[in-house]
Design a protein around this ligand. Structure first.
Ligand code: DSN
Length: 487
């Protein structure tokens, strides 16, 4: 087996690696087939579909066979609530090994003083962070003032007072239509119900974050927590500036780097653009640009680490030890030099994709990108995001519709299409390929017409889907997914 577990074409693993992985998958599918053949068939079909489509969903990627295979183990069967060495169940010595290794890789990779690798997802990671900040900033000082060590030591009346304080805090996060995430204080999400929330947006003329406006909002609102980070903002953030703002108003800076963790790990975002040294608490998922298993993680400065460590059982159920093991493998991959080259290509390819649109007169939110996201405003094609998303899917291009700032079509139909480069870059796509992708997307959208006044119905001109499918097939064949892997 080759030493390089990275799966992209550009760092092609040896034939021996592909052969070993193929044998492992074939054996696994054979075992599954003997119990529920329809699941084996769906699993095979999922790989075939992923191989045959242009995947441009900015939050998706392709994990390596090593990461994927790690998840199919006996760790799935083990309960391990608690923390390393302090579990509520017996027999967790191997889970301890896994969690120690995953946390160690995370600390080393991100230069973080503390890493908590148990969260099952991004929202779990954010909930752990919210409660850790509340516990550190509100609960602990209040308990000390009341001469108590634990809430159970409080009288009913004192607990009532503390509960009112805990549930009465303010959070300032980026608005959803400016590119923030629903867990950053959006009302229909628990974060918008746990906190009094206010949002900051982007400059209406440029689409860029306006740090002056964020500072003004922070001074006026005086939040306990400022959340930075995004899921649809196509630009970098100056986290040193965000920390200055937080410090000025006495807020805790929490950064959700779920989308761009791979660019931080790959040293594309450094200095003021690296959130980890600037944020008090940093959360992430592990499956987007970081290219690991589906899961979450929290990194914290020392003053928050004890409270973060109580994520389970405070917020989380038993850790998914098989996923923690896969996180360790993915983080080990991300510590290799090949991952830095990959992360740089992700950013370069996003630039190429944006340039490809601009030279074909398409409109981009902020006029371009400097991360892994391109946000295409489809109103100039006379379409809603929903129509564009569906027409592109008809032509084999997988994207997702997304709001643009002050979106006239609302959050359901939207006016944008969000595109990301992490997945196709893993396949080996380069700048010329992404220029071609821009060409194909413009071809589809220019040949799509709104039906009447419907925001959902559309007509795709005859022959468009076939033409684009054929062109994508060439690009996909030149950049195969899991080269050499046969089922
Ligand atoms: N669903 C993820 C995304 O697509 O950005 C974020 O949770």
């Amino acid at each position: 087996m080759t030493a390089d577990p990275v799966i992209s074409n550009a760092a092609a693993p040896g034939a021996e690696y592909a052969e070993t992985a193929s044998a492992a998958y074939r054996a696994a599918l054979q075992v599954i087939e003997s119990v529920e053949p329809r699941i084996a068939a769906a699993t095979r079909k999922e790989l075939a579909d992923q191989r045959d489509s242009l995947k441009l969903i900015a939050s998706e990627n392709y994990a390596s066979p090593a990461v994927l295979l790690t998840m199919g183990s006996w760790f799935s069967d083990k309960y391990a609530e608690g923390t390393i060495g302090h579990r509520f169940y017996a027999g967790c010595q191997n889970v301890d090994t896994v969690e120690i290794l995953a946390a160690e890789h995370a600390r080393e990779l991100f230069g973080a003083p503390y890493a908590y690798v148990q969260p099952h997802s991004g929202i779990d990671a954010n909930l752990v962070a919210f409660w850790a900040i509340l516990a550190t900033r509100v609960e602990a000082p209040e308990l000390a003032a009341l001469g108590a060590k634990h809430v159970n030591d409080l009288s009913e009346a004192d607990w009532e007072k503390l509960r009112n304080k805990l549930g009465n805090q303010r959070l300032l996060g980026m608005s959803l239509d400016a590119g923030g995430h629903l867990t950053h204080g959006f009302r229909p999400n628990i974060s918008g119900k746990m906190f009094h929330q206010r949002s900051y947006g982007t400059d209406p003329n440029t689409g860029f974050l306006d740090y002056g406006a964020v500072a003004d909002a922070a001074r006026e609102f005086k939040p306990l927590i400022i959340v930075a980070g995004y899921s649809a903002y196509p630009r970098r953030v100056d986290f040193a500036k965000m920390r200055e703002i937080a410090d000025e108003v006495g807020a805790t800076l929490m950064v959700d780097m779920a989308h761009f963790a791979g660019l931080v790990a790959g040293k594309v975002f450094t200095g003021d653009e690296d959130p980890v040294p600037h944020a008090h608490v940093t959360t992430t998922t592990t499956h987007k640009s970081l290219r690991g298993p589906r899961g979450g993680m929290v990194l914290a400065q020392p003053e928050y680490s004890d409270a973060v460590d109580k994520g389970c059982p405070m917020v989380l159920g038993g850790p998914l030890s098989h996923v923690m093991a896969a996180k360790a493998v993915a983080l080990a991959e991300a510590r290799q030099p090949a991952f830095q080259a990959y992360a740089q290509r992700v950013a370069d390819n996003a630039q190429a994709l944006a340039d490809g649109f601009l030279k074909r007169d398409a409109q981009l939110v902020t006029g371009g990108t400097d991360n892994h996201i391109v946000l295409l405003d489809v109103t100039s094609f006379g379409l809603t995001g929903r129509q564009a998303e569906s027409a592109l899917l008809d032509a084999g291009i997988v994207t997702n519709r997304n709001s643009v700032p002050a979106d006239p079509n609302g959050a359901w139909y939207t006016s944008g299409i969000r595109l990301g480069t992490p997945a196709l870059t893993t396949r080996g796509f380069g700048a010329d390929d992404f220029d071609r992708v821009a060409d194909l997307i413009v071809d589809v959208l220019s040949n799509t017409e709104q039906q009447g006044t419907s925001k959902a119905k559309y007509t795709l001109a005859d022959g468009t889907a076939e033409r684009v499918h054929a062109a994508s097939a060439e690009l996909l064949a030149a950049n195969p997914l899991y080269p050499g892997l046969t089922l």
